[in-house]
Design a protein around this ligand. Structure first.
Ligand SMILES: NC(=O)c1ccc[n+]([C@@H]2O[C@H](COP(=O)([O-])OP(=O)(O)OC[C@H]3O[C@@H](n4cnc5c(N)ncnc54)[C@H](OP(=O)(O)O)[C@@H]3O)[C@@H](O)[C@H]2O)c1
Length: 364
C-alpha cells in the first residue's frame, strides 16, 4: 500500500491492486493473440515481475500439448535474470519444468507471477504448473479466474499449501470472458463463432476483403475447429476451397447450410479436398468447436445460436452488399490484425466484463 490518494475519490490508492490489474491486463492481451488456436485448451496468459515490481516477461499458451503460459513466462523471466539463453525457443513442457527446477533454484523467491487462469494442478500432456511455481518458491501468485475444469483445478490450494501468497479477484471478469469458449464447450459440448470480414462501411461481398494476416488467422483456426459451416449461397457465388493452405494445416470438415443441396455444383473446389467430409445441413452441428462463414442470410437464420463473432474490419470503403449489424453482441476484445481491426464480440447474456464497455453502435 502507498499513501497516495486517488484524485477522483480522495481515497488511498491500493498500489498492489492497481499493479495486479495492470500486469494481468498485459497477460490478457497476450492470451487473446492465441484465442481459439489453443483449442481444446483455454487461452491463457501470464506475466512475471521481480521483487521491485519490474516486468520480466509476458507469455501465452499457444497450442494444446505445448508448454502452458506460466512455464513460458517463467522460462523468459529466467533467461532475463540469468542471461542463460539456452532454453530460448524451447516449448517442451516436461523439459522446461525439469531444467527450470534445476537451474532457477532461488531466482524467483521474491518474484510474482500473474496468471489469467488458475495454474493447473494435474499432470496430463504437460506437468502441473502449480508444482513448478511451488518448486521455484515464488513469493506471490495473482490469479485472474478460477479453473472451471475439475480435473485441472486445485492449483490455488496447492500453492497456498506450499506457503505461497495467492491473490484472486483482480480482472476476474475479463479473465472469465477470455475462457468463455472453453467453458461453454466443456459444459455443453459446443461453441459456435461466426467469422465475418467487412469494409469500413459494412460491405461484405465483392471478393477478398481482409488482409493476408487476417486470412492467415482464419486458416490457422480452420485447422483447429471440428466443423466449418458455410452458407449455401456463399458456396454458390464464391466457389471456395475452404482449406488451411496459408498455414499448412488440416482442412476442416464442411457442412453446407442449405435447403437445396441439389443446387450446389459438385465441381466447386471445396469438394475436391482429400480426406474432407462434406455434408448438407439445415442446422448447426450439436457438438464441437464450430466456425460459421457465410453472408447475412446465414447469420440471420442462425443468429440465436451464435456464441461469439470474430469480425475483421478492413480500412477501406466500397460499394456492395451490406448487412444489419448483429443485435445484442458486445465488444470483448479489440486488436490489430495486420491492416485490419479484429473485433471479438460476445453475446450480451454470456458476457462477464461488458459493464465497462458500451454496446456496439448500429444494433438492429
Ligand atoms: N465478408 C464475409 O466475411 C463473407 C463471408 C461469407 C459470404 N460473404 C458473401 O455473402 C454473400 C452471400 O450471402 P447470403 O446471405 O446471400 O448467403 P449465405 O449466407 O451464404 O446463404 C444463406 C444460406 O442460408 C440458407 N438458409 C437459410 N435458412 C435456412 C434454413 N432454415 N435451413 C437451411 N438453410 C437455410 C440458404 O439456403 P438455400 O441455399 O436453400 O437458399 C442459403 O444458402 C456472398 O456475396 C458472399 O461473397 C461474405
Amino acid at each position: 500500500m502507498t499513501n497516495d490518494l486517488n484524485p477522483l475519490t480522495d481515497t488511498p490508492i491500493d498500489q498492489y491492486t492497481h499493479n495486479h490489474s495492470f500486469f494481468l491486463s498485459l497477460a490478457l492481451q497476450e492470451a487473446w493473440r492465441y484465442q481459439l488456436l489453443t483449442f481444446p485448451n483455454p487461452a491463457v496468459g501470464a506475466a512475471v515481475t521481480d521483487g521491485r515490481g519490474a516486468l520480466l516477461s509476458v507469455a501465452a499458451h499457444r497450442e494444446a500439448g505445448r508448454a502452458h503460459a506460466e512455464v513460458l513466462a517463467i522460462r523468459d523471466a529466467y533467461i532475463r535474470l540469468s542471461g542463460d539463453g539456452t532454453l530460448a525457443g524451447c516449448d517442451d513442457a516436461f523439459l522446461l519444468h525439469e531444467e527450470l527446477l534445476k537451474r532457477a533454484k532461488t531466482l524467483f523467491h521474491d518474484a510474482t507471477i500473474y496468471v489469467t487462469l488458475e495454474p493447473c494442478a494435474h499432470v496430463g500432456k504437460t506437468p502441473a504448473c502449480a508444482d513448478l511455481i511451488a518448486g521455484l518458491g515464488f513469493k506471490r501468485v495473482v490469479i485472474g479466474a478460477e479453473d472451471p475444469n475439475p480435473e485441472a483445478a486445485g492449483g490455488a490450494r496447492r500453492l497456498r499449501q506450499a506457503g505461497i501468497e495467492v491473490v484472486t479477484g483482480a480482472e476476474s471478469a475479463a479473465c472469465e470472458a477470455l475462457i468463455e469458449p472453453f467453458v461453454k464447450w466443456q459444459r455443453t459440448g459446443r461453441f459456435v463463432f461466426f467469422k465475418l470480414a467487412q469494409t469500413l462501411n459494412g460491405i461484405l461481398d465483392g471478393g477478398t476483403i481482409s488482409c493476408e494476416t487476417s486470412r492467415r488467422w482464419v486458416h490457422a483456426v480452420r485447422s483447429k475447429i471440428d466443423t466449418l459451416l458455410i452458407g449455401g449461397e456463399t458456396v454458390r457465388q464464391d466457389r471456395p476451397l475452404l482449406d488451411a493452405r496459408l498455414t499448412g494445416g488440416r482442412a476442416p470438415d464442411v457442412a453446407i447450410f442449405t435447403r437445396r443441396p441439389e443446387s450446389i455444383d459438385r465441381t466447386i473446389p471445396l469438394f475436391s479436398v482429400s480426406g474432407r467430409h462434406v455434408t448438407f445441413t439445415r442446422q448447426l452441428p450439436e457438438k464441437g468447436l464450430v466456425m460459421v462463414e457465410g453472408g447475412p442470410g446465414t447469420f440471420f437464420a442462425l443468429r440465436d445460436e451464435i456464441d461469439w463473432m470474430v469480425l475483421f474490419v478492413a480500412p477501406f470503403v466500397k460499394e456492395g452488399m451490406g448487412y444489419n449489424a448483429p443485435k445484442k453482441f458486445r465488444l470483448l476484445h479489440l486488436c490489430r490484425s495486420g491492416e485490419d481491426a479484429m473485433l471479438w464480440l460476445g453475446r450480451e447474456t454470456r458476457m462477464g466484463n461488458g459493464d465497462r464497455i458500451p454496446p456496439i453502435p448500429n444494433d438492429e
